[in-house]
Design a protein around this ligand. Structure first.
Ligand SMILES: Nc1ncnc2c1ncn2[C@@H]1O[C@H](COP(=O)(O)OP(=O)(O)OP(=O)(O)O)[C@@H](O)[C@H]1O
Ligand SMILES: [Mg+2]
Length: 429
């Protein structure tokens, strides 16, 4: 044993150097693509094969997909390596089934290619080559793909080379496995960040509830006096007096503010909505009706396009009207020079869809991710509560709300609710 230089496990030091290099690459800081390409080049170099191709197994597509390769053009130029192999056709599938490496050497003219047919596979990727090794990448019984070595010359691997190839293949598997872990962790991290944002938002809404309750309390007393005095004033006024119309407006306004405060506090304080069987068309039509006059005055063409028939949903009518109100008001406010406001309902699969689209130039892309935040506003007299309240109402109906923004053109708010079979709904009501 003493006469040739031997490394660990009885391997010559040249082989140890290869393993060390593979290890360095595996642990190095290169991006995955770079690592895989260099590992392919290393495998081609030490085995003497012209080409080394890495095919990873895509379990969803049930196919082998080319992820990295190394080597010159010949004879790959004449017969380019397939970008993917479907399951069951190529040598790679054979290796996947056998879970063992496959070594092929041509004996006669293109016998290698034809030989495959006898063994239960036909591999177009072998045409023009004289030898090939297809080595599986597996770890803990999980199959990740294959290393595909091809050569124009006849190459037979020594037992020792096979051992080294096996070790480097293990290191390559490790690299792929780690990258998969990293991408899983990344996806989970993204999910966590999203969940955290949702949590923060709901916390903001909770503190908003406390604030609204205090505010309502402070507003209620002066409001009561205003209402009381207006009512008394009305008694003192002559029935023909012109001012009676003003007093009536005052009373109407006071009532509206009272209702609004009650509704908002009630809504923000406890999350209970009273869901009853309703017709979405009816709710939307009622919400739109309120704005018909205003839209006309502002030069806004109001287009109502409701799905034919009824759209049964379980809904809290008053709350949904608040939600639609907020969206329509925003749309109208965005069109200070007139435009087109279209409100539509439709049924899409199991969903009832309500769309509110305007031609007010859309939302500036830079603020798009903040418009649902409480108190976010770009308006001089805005509270920034319209959209967060709307989104909370929609959420309590187990619905969803998204905005389809066409910057420079207009914004479309799309809300989806569950369609409810009319018979079921009546049963619940
Ligand atoms: N249809 C729309 N077109 C353009 N920008 C919009 C539209 N809807 C919402 N926005 C933007 O989103 C912001 C937040 O809207 P939100 O309704 O929550 O508050 P607000 O309208 O500013 O205030 P408030 O609703 O209290 O009047 C708005 O200030 C505006 O910048
Ligand atoms: Mg608003």
């Amino acid at each position: 044993m003493g006469h040739t230089q031997r490394g660990t496990k009885g391997l010559p030091s040249s082989d140890c150097a290869i393993i060390e290099e593979a290890q360095r690459l595996t642990l190095g800081a290169l991006p995955l693509e770079g690592k895989l390409k260099k590992l392919c080049a290393l495998m081609g170099r030490f085995t003497g094969f012209d080409h080394c191709l890495l095919y990873l197994w895509d379990a969803d597509k049930r196919a082998f997909v080319l992820r990295a390769s190394s080597g010159g053009n010949y004879p790959l130029r004449r017969n380019p390596a397939p970008l993917s192999y479907g399951e069951g056709t190529g040598a790679a599938s054979m290796v996947k089934r056998r879970k063992k490496p496959l070594e092929l050497v041509r004996k006669g003219q293109d016998e290698l290619f034809r030989a495959g047919r006898g063994k239960g596979f036909a591999d177009v990727g072998l045409e023009g080559f004289s030898s090939a090794v297809i080595h599986p990448l597996t770890a803990a019984n999980v199959f990740y793909g294959v290393i595909y070595l091809k050569s124009a010359a006849i190459i037979r691997l020594s037992e020792q080379r096979r051992r080294v190839l096996n070790i480097v293949a293990l290191q390559m598997t490790e690299t792929v496995k780690c990258a998969e872990f990293a991408s899983d962790i990344h996806a989970e991290h993204e999910e966590l960040v999203e969940a955290r944002a949702r949590l923060l938002n709901s916390q903001k809404l909770l503190s908003l509830g406390d604030m609204a309750a205090t505010l309502a309390h402070e507003i209620r007393n002066p409001l009561l006096s205003i209402g009381g005095y207006a009512a008394r004033l009305k008694i003192h006024l002559d029935g023909d007096c012109k001012a009676i119309a003003y007093v009536n407006s005052m009373l109407g306004g006071v009532q509206r503010v009272e209702r609004l405060m009650d509704g908002m506090v009630g809504f923000l304080k406890d999350s209970v909505v009273e869901l009853r069987p309703e017709d979405m068309n009816d709710i939307v039509a009622e919400a739109v009706r309120v704005f018909e006059e205003e839209a006309g005055e502002r030069g806004i063409e109001l287009v109502k396009d409701l799905q034919e028939g009824r759209l049964p949903v379980m809904a809290d009518r008053d709350q949904l009207k608040i939600a639609f109100d907020n969206i329509i008001v925003n749309a109208i406010q965005s069109m200070d020079k007139g435009g087109r406001l279209s409100v539509s309902t439709s049924k899409s699969g199991a969903d009832v869809v309500v769309r509110v689209a305007d031609s007010g130039g859309g939302i500036e892309p830079g603020i798009l991710d903040r418009i649902f935040n409480p108190f976010f506003t770009t308006k001089k007299r805005g509270t920034g509560l319209g959209l967060p309240i709307t989104s909370a109402i929609v959420a309590r109906h187990l619905g969803s709300i998204v905005v389809d923004n066409a910057a420079g053109v207009g914004a479309t708010f799309i809300m989806k609710f569950k369609f409810v079979d009319a018979k079921n709904a009546e049963g619940k009501g």
